[in-house]
Structure formats: C-alpha cells, structure tokens
Design a protein around this ligand. Structure first.
Ligand SMILES: [Zn+2]
Length: 157
C-alpha cells in the first residue's frame, strides 16, 4: 500500500450581493465570494489538494479564469474532474481535513450539511471528512475567506 498527501489552499474576497457557496452548499448570507466561478473556496482547496497529491496540474492551470466556460461555473465541476483523475490513477481517499478561516457566517451550524454534501460528491464516508471554522480573533479585518485542506490518498501495491 502506498500513500500520497495533498495540501490545498485558497482565498477569496467577499462581494456584496453575490450568493455564498461553501462546500457546494448555498448559504444564506449578505455577501458571497468574488471569483470567476461560483467562488467556492472550500471546493477549490479540496480540488487543489487532490490534484497535487496525484501530481496533476493545479486548478488554475486546468480551469483558467480566462476561459469563458468557467464563468459563474459550479465548482463541483472542478472537484469532480479532480476525483475522476484521482480514481483513474487508482487512488482512494483515506481522509480529508479542512480549515475555513472566517469570522462570519459561523461554520458550526453548517458543518453537518457541508460534510453530508462533500460525502455525496466525493463518495467517501462522512467519518472521513472533517471541516472546522476558525475566526481571525480580531487580529486582522475580515475581507474574505481563507481555506486550508489536506487530503490523504492510498493506492494498492
Ligand atoms: Zn478559488
């Protein structure tokens, strides 16, 4: 059995009046995340973690923000392509651990819906997915959301 680890990072600024998507879920909030696609910072970080674990080009190279096909696109498309490449290379997901850095909205009441949705998209058990929200503790002014994610993959043989 061999293992590969992948680290993903992403950050998006808030924009007034945009819908907020986190982990593929539409969240009631007065502002959303700026971006060429739907701005789903969590799905972007997971996509990049998967792609780097399997040695593929990163999300910006595969889905350029200059490409009109990805304008306002659902980020599930990016994650599903990364998952397809992961499985094509014979890897399975062992676990996924994500940290969202933001002051609002609070992540704890949204956590189970996000984990449920990620489990459905990624076809992994909910017990293998961890999401936590962390605030900035007031040390810098909030302008957006930052996300870190690590993923562990295994391969038979
Ligand atoms: Zn992004």
């Amino acid at each position: 059995m061999t293992f590969r680890i992948g680290l993903g990072f992403d950050a998006h600024e808030f924009e007034e009046g945009k819908p907020l998507y986190l982990g593929g879920i539409l969240i009631k909030h007065h502002e959303g995340l700026k971006g060429h696609s739907d701005g789903d910072v969590l799905l972007h970080a997971i996509t990049d973690a998967l792609l780097s674990a399997i040695g593929e080009p990163d999300i910006g190279e595969l889905f350029s923000d200059k490409d009109v096909r990805w304008k306002n696109a659902s980020s599930e498309i990016f994650l599903k392509e990364a998952l397809r490449r992961t499985r094509e290379k014979g890897y399975s997901i062992v676990n996924l651990d994500c940290v969202l850095v933001l002051d609002s909205p609070k992540i704890s009441p949204l956590k189970s819906a996000i984990v449920e949705n990620l489990s459905k998209i990624m076809q992994v058990d909910k017990s293998c997915i961890s999401i936590k929200g962390k605030t900035r503790e007031g040390f810098c002014k909030e302008k957006g959301v930052v996300c870190y994610c690590v993923i562990l993959l295994s391969h038979e043989g």
